[in-house]
Design a protein around this ligand. Structure first.
Ligand code: TYM
Length: 333
């Protein structure tokens, strides 16, 4: 069959609770792009174990994340949804790509440095090798585009470097992927420390809105969000990081531009503003949460999605891996 659509690849780790940062930076964009591209969306459980996980929880969070993808609007009939560990080609290609990646490059990765300081007792090889596995994910599917949040920029750059390096040594083998960032929402910041990224694993749970938070919790966290003393709802990330972050959240959840969002709060105080942001978020999350719960009760259906997705992903991945093995001289039967 002729390739008509370009290929899109992305993934999320099934760790901790997802935040609205993950939703706005990645999953919401996946839904918007699923008709235009041939999409592969993975659950990155092999990345997850680079930090110690509770096995029962990891299993549970895997299904919860799949249910969340679908509840957010990712359509398993249109996209390939699968679990990374179900496709052994990821580990196989990562091994090959390791030999095209320098130790110094991995040591310089910001996320590696951050996670090493957070998990000083477990700076394992997998943590360091994380970006190579991510490159393998993307390159296996010959992805043209990768929609992610800004925090993944460095990983996307190294993926491109590795692809180019391989292509230059052997002849074009991998598509060199482009990262795609949301105009608004590519970096949602912490509500308590608005200069820092909102994170699933942040220390202060009041700084993050989790996809599972109920209405009261959401309203309370927004009420406590850090702003400034100016009493002016204006988008100015440098001088007003707290207010600008809230405006971004409001803008994407209400599908309005930043200018329209600012206009909504002209002459209004921060109390009204924060309440309105909380309400729009709570209104949007409630149906997603209900749908996620409904899907989670139907394990048979979720398993069938993973089975079908895993088979389709394997087929695509294996094709690339065979090409790679041939180029590097692995004798094949
Ligand atoms: P993860 O699980 O940390 O995050 C999932 C996605 O959410 C985005 N994101 C954010 N976007 C905006 N604001 C935030 N505060 C915010 N926090 C997180 C991330 O940029 C990401 O897009 N390594 C990846 C998972 C992965 C992957 C891949 C992604 C594995 N293989 C291949 C793309 C392609 C990760 O840990 O994402």
């Amino acid at each position: 069959m002729e390739k008509t659509k370009k290929i899109l690849y992305s993934a999320v780790q099934p760790t901790n609770n997802l935040t609205i940062g993950n939703y706005l930076g990645a999953i919401k964009n996946w839904v918007a792009l699923q008709d235009e591209y041939d999409c592969f969306y993975a659950i990155a459980n092999m990345h997850a174990i680079t930090v110690r996980q509770n096995p029962a929880e990891l299993r549970q969070k895997t299904l919860a994340l799949l249910a969340l993808y679908i509840a957010c609007g990712v359509d398993p009939e249109k996209c390939t949804l699968y679990l990374q560990s179900h496709v052994p080609c990821h580990a196989e290609l990562a091994w090959v790509l390791n030999t095209f990646t320098y130790v110094g490059e991995m040591e310089r990765m910001t996320q590696f440095k951050d996670k090493s300081s957070k998990h000083a007792d477990n700076i394992n090889m997998g943590l360091m090798d994380y970006p190579v596995l991510m490159a393998a994910d993307i390159l296996l599917y010959q992805a043209d585009v990768v929609p992610v949040g800004i925090d993944q920029r460095q990983h996307l750059e190294i993926t491109r470097d590795i692809a180019n390096r391989f292509n230059n040594i052997y002849s074009p083998t991998f598509t060199v992927p482009e990262a795609v960032y949301q105009k608004v929402g590519a970096k949602i910041n912490d509500l308590q420390e608005p200069l820092k990224k909102m994170s699933k694993s942040g220390e202060n749970p009041n700084g993050a809105i989790f996809m599972t938070d109920d209405r009261d919790t959401i309203l309370r966290k927004f009420k406590r969000a850090v702003t400034d003393s100016e009493m002016l709802v204006k988008y100015d990330p440098e001088n007003k990081p707290g207010v600008s972050n809230l405006l971004s959240i409001y803008s994407v959840f209400s599908e309005k531009t930043i200018q329209q969002a600012e206009a909504d709060f002209e002459g209004k105080g921060y109390g009204d503003f924060k309440l309105a942001v909380g309400e729009v978020v709570a209104d949007k999350l409630a149906p997603i949460q209900a749908e996620q719960a409904r899907l989670l009760a139907d394990k048979k259906y979720l398993d069938s999605v993973l089975l079908k997705g895993g088979e389709a992903a394997y087929k695509a991945a294996r094709r690339t891996l065979s090409k790679v093995y041939k180029k590097i001289g692995f004798y094949q039967l």
